[in-house]
Design a protein around this ligand. Structure first.
Ligand code: HAM
Length: 421
């Protein structure tokens, strides 16, 4: 146990970390271009934020949260998602007092106690964006465009954008009534979870994975067919903006998301071939959440994508190449009495912007050269007692084995020239 990581977690190892950095570099670049600013919120929050924000009847709140009492007897939860914390930060830091909209993005670990499987983890990472204060359908389209643009910049192909509108508090009651009427006779055939959802939140029955529930719900009236004028107009406008910039989508009337805060626009981006977990990202509008969290009536919209799933997809599509860890110079010594000298030279090289390494294991010169070769350095500086006394160093070019005597005062500029620095 001591040397085993908890189930559903991953070590991101050297060699793979470079993939993550690439993903993160593109995130920062694209968000800057779309006018989003980065926010970093705590890994844990008060449990109540998620219970209220994400919704009491969601799988996340019902069974997937890492919650505990801290030593001060406060109810704390490791964040299962980033929207509720961003709303909390928006309110707490009075972002609403600045010119609106507020456009924020985040990258970080999230925690959900689900059953681990391919693409589903207990600690995973999301890149998400949130926009506050605008009802404008163009911002819905922009948020979707940002997500799709991101995948495009990573050269990911074969994605499907599923789009729906889940209405608002005006159109939902009428739909709920129709839905309950439709399911009434079949209530006993619903799975126990959906029987619970029947009264509390029947829309979520659309999201059930149970075959019988899926069959029962497939002929049920869709919320999209019951939208009020405002929601219908908004949904049409979002589609108009998407079409204008050639973003392809599928209107998926059965799409409801696993979190309760959505209103109007809801979307999910699907990818084939990453096992059962085909959702690579998703989001939507949440026009009531800010108020629910204690703020004034403020609309919001955003998305989040699972970075592990992005990487899995890229691996499957052959888009990630292993990078070799390379250093410029190895400082070897003929005998260990010169170690202090090597240590000093190492720092000089590093302060000049070169990457440099030495031996820390008491290796012989022969072993040091072998180790330097393994490290993939292009040059080895060999420090010898006699040469140092005459003010020079031997530089060995690893590719050819060629050795050159260089004056101590010049070794930095020599190496820089050699490595095209
Ligand atoms: P979500 O659909 O729960 O939405 O998660 C977004 C994405 O996170 C998923 O599409 C998936 O790629 C990834 N993901 C979720 N759970 C896991 C897991 N256990 N393991 C690996 N990846 C996972 C949200 O979290 C919303 N906060 C999105 C949002 C932002 N809506 C509006 N603004």
């Amino acid at each position: 146990m001591l040397a085993t990581r908890p189930r559903g977690t991953n070590d991101i190892l050297p060699g793979k970390v470079e993939y993550w950095r690439k993903l993160e570099d593109v995130i920062h670049e694209i968000c800057q271009q779309y006018g989003f600013r980065e926010i970093r919120t705590p890994i844990f929050e008060h449990t109540e934020l998620f219970a209220r924000g994400v919704g009491e009847t969601t799988d996340i709140v019902e069974k997937e949260m890492y919650s505990f009492l801290d030593r001060g007897k406060r109810n704390i939860t490791l964040r299962p998602e980033g929207t509720a914390p961003t709303v909390r930060a928006f309110l707490e830091n009075k972002f609403y007092a600045e010119p609106q909209p507020t456009k924020l993005y985040y990258i970080g670990p999230m925690f959900r106690y689900g059953r681990p499987q391919a693409g589903r983890f207990r600690q995973f990472h999301q890149f998400g964006v949130e926009v506050f204060s605008s009802h404008d359908p163009s911002i819905d389209a922009e948020v979707i465009a940002l997500a799709m643009d991101y995948y495009k910049r990573l050269n990911i192909s074969g994605l499907e954008l599923h789009l729906n509108s889940v209405g608002c508090s005006k159109c939902r009651p009428a739909h709920k009534e129709k839905l309950l009427e439709h399911l009434k006779e079949q209530y006993t055939n619903l799975c126990p979870t959906c029987q619970g959802r029947y009264e509390k939140n029947p829309l979520r029955i659309f999201d059930c994975k149970n075959d019988t529930c899926q069959k029962l719900i497939s002929a049920a009236p869709a919320i999209t067919d019951c939208l009020c004028d405002d929601c219908r107009e908004h949904f049409e406008q979002v589609q108009k903006y998407l079409k204008e910039i050639n973003i392809e989508y599928i209107v998926d009337k059965k799409l409801v998301r696993g979190l309760d805060y959505y209103t109007k626009t809801a979307f999910e981006i699907m990818v084939e071939d990453i096992g059962a977990q085909s959702s690579i990202g998703g989001g939507g509008r949440y026009d009531r959440l800010v108020k629910e969290c204690g703020g004034s009536d403020t609309p919001g919209i955003g998305f989040a994508m699972g970075l592990e799933r992005v990487i899995l997809t890229m691996e499957q599509q052959g888009l990630l190449k292993d990078t070799k860890f390379e250093q410029d110079v190895f400082v070897a010594t003929v005998d260990s009495s010169l170690d202090l000298e090597a240590f000093k030279i190492l720092q000089i090289l590093r302060s000049e912007g070169l990457s440099a390494e030495k031996d820390y294991m008491g290796r012989s010169l022969k072993s040091q050269l072998k180790y330097a070769d393994k490290l993939g350095v292009s040059h080895v500086l060999v420090l010898g007692q006699d040469e140092l006394a005459t003010g020079s160093i031997t530089v060995k070019k690893m590719e050819t084995g060629e050795q050159t005597q260089v004056q101590l005062a010049e070794f930095v500029s020599y190496i820089k020239k050699e490595t095209n620095f």
